[in-house]
Design a protein around this ligand. Structure first.
Ligand code: ADP
Length: 273
């Protein structure tokens, strides 16, 4: 970055310049937490299924015997509590904020667990929202976790920037879908991760196709698969179909019971971190 365009505040900038390299903005999690791996699930564009992928990956990791948490950083569009059927409010004691636990023991924190009316919007400025995400990282009593998955909001704004800068991530999983418009925006998010030296574990193409229930034929509802992963030389971790069962289970709070062998490569990649 040129001297003229530098504001001197690394916390509000994604540039990976020489000045930044000498400064680490990583912040530790709370004293009661021991978190082995942290993976952010990211997408450039909203609605591609980032929360569905976060939820199903968490469920599969849990099924394999790992202790898992989900930090729902999508503050203005939180979907994780509903997907897992969590209706309880977040509690606090003198050790910090206590996450909710799903039936199988996945720990969850989300702004929706703090709102009295779930239909009221969170109308906060970016830095306030980013501050809450930091609080979820530092003040929530996660305890011992093998994996903390962070469901990032779409785009390349304040919250992904804060997460990439302040949380020592093992890497990100990028969720995309086969539309050109989505690829275009996902590329921005991939470029942001590259600029900030964040490990890109791989790409999951969601809503890749539909399987005809009568003849079993695959229909590419959104056109041919994208090549985002090739363009960025990152791994394709899987292609997930549009699956009405998944949509219903997300809506009914039963996503924990969703199983798909198509997630296994992504989960194995996370196991090898
Ligand atoms: P995002 O987090 O990217 O905004 P969501 O995960 O909330 O997107 O998904 C948007 C909607 O699409 C949700 O209703 C979800 O249940 C549904 N959905 C996501 N992925 C699939 C899929 N592969 N098959 C069917 N429905 C899906």
């Amino acid at each position: 970055m040129s001297k003229e365009s530098c504001s001197g505040n690394c916390a509000s900038c994604a540039s990976n310049c020489e000045e930044r390299k000498s400064e680490s903005l990583f912040e530790p999690t709370g004293e009661f937490n021991d978190i082995k791996h942290i993976v952010a699930v990211v997408s450039g564009k909203g609605g591609v299924g980032k929360s569905a992928v976060t939820s199903t990956l968490a469920a599969e990791l849990c099924r394999r015997g790992y202790k898992v948490g989900i930090l729902d950083a999508d503050i203005t569009g939180p979907s994780i509590p509903k997907a897992f059927g969590i209706t309880s409010r977040a509690m606090q004691n003198d050790t910090g904020i206590l996450p909710a636990e799903t039936k199988n023991g996945i720990k969850i924190i989300s702004v929706n667990m703090m709102l009295s009316d779930l239909e009221q919007p969170v109308v906060w400025r970016g830095p306030v929202i980013a501050g809450l995400v930091k609080q979820f990282w530092q003040d929530v009593v996660w305890g011992d976790l093998d994996y903390l998955l962070i469901d990032c909001p779409p785009g390349t704004g304040d919250v992904p920037l804060t997460i990439f800068q302040t949380i020592r991530l093992d890497g990100i999983i990028m969720v995309t879908s086969p539309q050109d418009l989505v690829s275009l925006i996902v590329k921005k998010a991939l470029n942001m991760a590259k600029m900030m030296n964040i490990n890109i574990i791989g790409v999951i193409e969601n809503m890749s196709y539909i399987v005809c229930p009568d003849c079993g034929k695959r229909i590419n509802a959104f056109g041919e698969s994208g090549t985002v992963y090739e363009d960025f030389s990152v791994k394709l971790l899987g292609k997930l179909p549009i699956d009405p069962d998944l949509a219903v289970m997300m809506d009914n709070g039963a996503v924990e019971h969703y199983e798909s062998e198509l997630l296994s490569e992504a989960v194995s990649e996370m196991e090898s971190l």
